[in-house]
Write a protein that binds this ligand. Structure first.
Ligand SMILES: C[S@@+](CC[C@H](N)C(=O)[O-])C[C@H]1O[C@@H](n2cnc3c(N)ncnc32)[C@H](O)[C@@H]1O
Length: 563
């Protein structure tokens, strides 16, 4: 080989290496790596797409404006459907996934995953990543997601959630003491707590509700005015060591003048006003909590109260119960057995399910993160504790929160635990009065589309024909009032939703005429592409036209790319 040849080869090799380095530089510097394990419920979606089919015999109704939903089926399919029906509409996602303990607590492709499975963590990560990615699209900008977990997958879940929701949106890792007594025969440490990882969709927009989770605290704030509960705290600085004394902070010691009826305050001496000074009962000269300007601002905000005690004027500040929330949650009522298992057993009459969460824990999570009209999703619903908590809270604060529970039917859990629990809680059981509320029960169903990337015409028609209940859920309008070979109509007090199935449009005008007198109408018209009929009925201002099925297909194509 000549010198020139060697030099050329070297140059070529250097160029190759430079290219490789540049690719490596673009790759992530650190993070989770796992082997993606194909999952049947996911691969099925390349040739079929999930829709919903209602089990009308399971409907529970009470004329409430919103309906609660149970979806039976694999949550990958349920979440896919929700990506069409509930984009950016969910305010709180709470999940309690299988913990992957190795004790056959979880199935992947219909097989239990045990301790010997060398892909145990990879399978769990593949499973969770696919579902969390789908769930992220559903959150509102102010929304939260909370995920329960224990030590088996805490580290992997934390990295995964940082990845999907962004470290910058991590709110915190809460320690929940669910079994303070631990387990008797543990070899080393016996877990008495588990964790709840809490993220916001966007930390800048999210905010906790002003609620008091701690009952003892609530009782402390036992006075009320037009702004809610408060307690009174002496306006003299009683803590902070030497800086609460006059001799160390002389400008904090100043007179405040109070009118005869104790309602007006002034920093200047006024006729008939009495003087108040930061001197304690024992005669110690201290300082006020703030300087005069801030004091007068507090007066303007109605936060100062004067009282006459032992012929002296004493000043108090109103304190509100917006508490500091710590990451260690250890209320007695978070005990999993006493306030989860036992409650469920009382409702169903016998033990049907292992390890439901404490009802009170779920109530506190929902209280803290949702408003009275929020939508709450739990896609590992199990026994339905989240739904139960939402119903109780609605009863307590007259709220109208709506829940969506998704669970598979492993060991008949959906049919024999989730549904009966929620139904009994709504209707009442034994001596316990019903909380009221409603349920619609759906199953996921796969519709054959041959090839999602290019759905043949006849499959488009068949998908449209079967998409009715999914559209009803999207529009929050559930009662089917008509279905024939041309159209299907759902209605509620506020809205009518119609789906026109056929390629042949000869009956479309007839349908539109029928709908023209209704208040608000969403009309889904079968079309080969997008926006074909958007302006067709512009003269009817009450009718909003939507295409079908292209938007559904687009959502499913996007999901397919996400996996
Ligand atoms: C740990 S439990 C949740 C318990 C629940 N937090 C409670 O308080 O009752 C997890 C549930 O998720 C369900 N599940 C597991 N994999 C699922 C999947 N792929 N789709 C739907 N549900 C699933 C299981 O059947 C199980 O009931």
């Amino acid at each position: 080989m000549t010198n020139t040849n060697t030099q050329n080869e070297l140059k070529h090799r250097i160029t190759e290496l430079e290219a490789e380095i540049s690719i490596l530089k673009q790759q992530k510097k650190y993070g989770l790596v796992w082997e993606d394990k194909a999952e049947d419920v996911v691969t099925n979606c390349v040739s079929s797409v999930p829709v919903l089919s209602e089990v009308t015999s399971k409907k529970v109704s009470d004329n409430m404006p919103s309906e609660n939903i149970i979806i039976e089926g694999d949550n990958y399919h349920a979440l896919s459907v929700l990506n069409y029906t509930h984009r950016k509409k969910i305010d709180l996602i709470y999940i309690d996934p299988p913990y992957n303990t190795g004790a056959r607590d979880w199935k992947y492709n219909n097989d239990y995953v045990d301790k010997e499975d060398s892909y145990r963590h990879s399978k769990w990560l593949s499973f969770m990543a696919k579902r969390l990615l789908l769930s992220r699209n559903l959150l509102t900008e102010e929304g939260f997601i909370a995920c329960a977990i224990d030590h088996y997958e805490l580290f992997t879940l934390g990295s995964l959630m940082d990845n999907i929701f962004g470290e910058q949106n991590r709110i915190g890792i809460v320690t929940v003491v669910h079994k303070p007594e631990g387990r008797q025969f543990a070899n080393f440490l016996s877990p008495s707590n588990e964790f709840m990882l809490l993220y916001a969709k966007n930390k800048q927009s999210a905010a906790f509700q002003e609620v008091v989770l701690d009952k003892d605290k609530e009782q402390e704030f036992n006075l009320t005015d037009e702004n809610g509960n408060y307690k009174l705290k002496n306006f003299i600085r009683l803590t902070d060591g030497k800086y609460s004394l006059r001799e160390n902070k002389p400008d904090g010691f100043y007179p405040i003048y109070v009118s005869a009826d104790l309602k007006e305050f002034s920093l200047k001496k006024l006729p008939k006003y009495r003087e108040a000074l930061p001197i304690t009962d024992r005669g110690v000269e201290r300082v006020w909590k703030t300087f005069g300007d801030t004091f007068m601002q507090k007066v303007a905000n109605g936060a100062i109260v004067a009282r006459e005690e032992n012929e002296r004027i004493v000043l108090y500040e109103k304190l509100r119960p917006s508490q500091v929330l710590v990451t260690h949650w250890n209320k007695t009522e978070y005990h999993g057995y006493h306030f989860g298992t036992k409650i469920l057993e009382e409702i169903l009459g016998s033990k049907q399910f292992d390890f439901p969460k404490s009802l009170h824990l779920l109530k506190d999570v929902v209280k803290l993160t949702t408003k009275p009209n929020s939508v709450i999703l739990d896609f590992f619903a199990g026994s339905g504790t989240t739904g139960h908590a939402v119903l109780e809270l609605n009863k307590e604060d007259n709220g109208n929160r709506q829940f969506i529970l998704c669970t598979n039917n492993e060991n008949k859990i959906a049919e024999e635990v989730t549904y009966p629990r929620i139904k009994k809680v709504i209707k009442g059981y034994g001596d316990v009065a019903g909380l009221g509320g409603s349920i619609r029960y759906y199953k996921t169903k796969l519709v054959d589309v041959e090839k999602l990337q290019k759905v043949p015409d006849e499959k488009r028609l068949s998908l449209t024909y079967q998409a009715g209940e999914m559209i009803a859920l999207r529009e929050n309008t559930f009662d089917e009032v008509e279905k024939n070979e041309w159209w299907q109509v759902f209605s509620s007090k506020e809205k009518t939703v119609a789906i026109y199935f056929q390629e042949d449009k000869k009956k479309l005008r007839e349908l539109v005429k029928k709908l023209s007198n209704n208040q608000e109408v969403a009309l889904y018209v079968f079309s080969w592409s997008k926006n074909e009929y958007t302006n067709e009925f512009a003269e009817y201002t009450n009718i909003r036209v939507e295409d079908i099925p292209e938007p559904i297909i687009e959502v499913y194509k996007e999901i397919n790319r996400l996996k």
